[in-house]
Write a protein that binds this ligand. Structure first.
Ligand SMILES: *Cc1c(COP(=O)(O)O)cnc(C)c1O
Length: 230
């Protein structure tokens, strides 16, 4: 049984250290605990250790946990691949969706978001290494999609998310993160002041430091908090 509390302390230290080295305020970086395949009891331990934001990939599993943990104050983030027949569940149960990869998904989330919950925070998933096997907008597609998604009534377009392919070297790890940040700057140049993106969801257990160096505002960490997945 991994010691979740100790793991969190160690990940938080890494986050703070990387922020210091990058001359950034660690408070500007959210540690999102990725709890897919982990139990509600483990999520509870992470809450008791001070975390409040959790990421889930599979809707049925997530909704079960959301139900079990009702009453605790948690921000749930959906970070899995989202099929169009599941958008309603995502729109009703989460405060963030990081993995919007098509205009159609954005439109459905906006249509299906219950207005009393306020706008759903979303990120566009970017296929930053142009991998045929991965979903996500190409950078060019994202430029066009962002302008139209930014006006959808029940969404708040917050930023970009990517899962780069594994890099051969430490030096190469930073490159896709830098590209994502450059794309964010480019998109911001096209948006109105009230619509500017403020979120870069990038970096996981193995590469949170290079992501923070390149401007990550949300790092998504599973294994280094909860141990190996079931
Ligand atoms: C599972 C997952 C993570 C967490 O990965 P770890 O390497 O376990 O930290 C982060 N982001 C996404 C999109 C994931 O699916």
């Amino acid at each position: 049984m991994p010691n979740i509390e100790k793991n969190i302390t160690s990940v938080e230290r890494r986050l703070q250290q990387a922020a210091r080295e990058a001359d950034r305020n660690p408070d500007d970086i959210l540690l999102l605990a990725v709890s897919k395949t982990q139990t509600s009891a483990q999520v509870r331990l992470a809450i008791d250790a001070g975390l409040g934001s959790f990421g889930e990939n599979y809707l049925e599993e997530a909704i079960r946990k959301i139900e079990q943990l009702k009453g605790r104050s948690i921000n749930w983030h959906f970070i899995g691949s989202l099929q169009s027949n599941k958008t309603k569940q995502a729109a009703e149960n989460f405060s963030w969706v990081h993995t919007v990869d098509r205009l159609k998904i954005a439109k459905r989330l906006s249509d299906q978001r219950p207005t009393q919950l306020g706008p759903l925070n979303i990120c566009l998933q970017i296929n930053i290494d142009d991998e045929p096997s991965k979903s996500g907008f190409s950078p060019q597609e994202a430029l066009e999609a962002a302008v139209s998604i930014a006006t959808m009534p029940n969404l708040r377009l917050r930023g970009l998310m990517a899962i780069p392919k594994p890099s051969a070297s430490k030096a190469e790890q930073r490159q896709p993160f830098a590209q994502l940040r450059a794309l964010q700057d480019q998109i911001n140049g096209m948006l109105d002041n009230s619509q500017k993106l403020d979120t870069l969801s990038m970096g996981m257990s193995g590469d949170l430091e290079p992501a923070i160096h390149e401007g990550a505002t949300i790092v998504r960490v599973g294994t280094d908090i909860f141990g190996p997945r079931h």
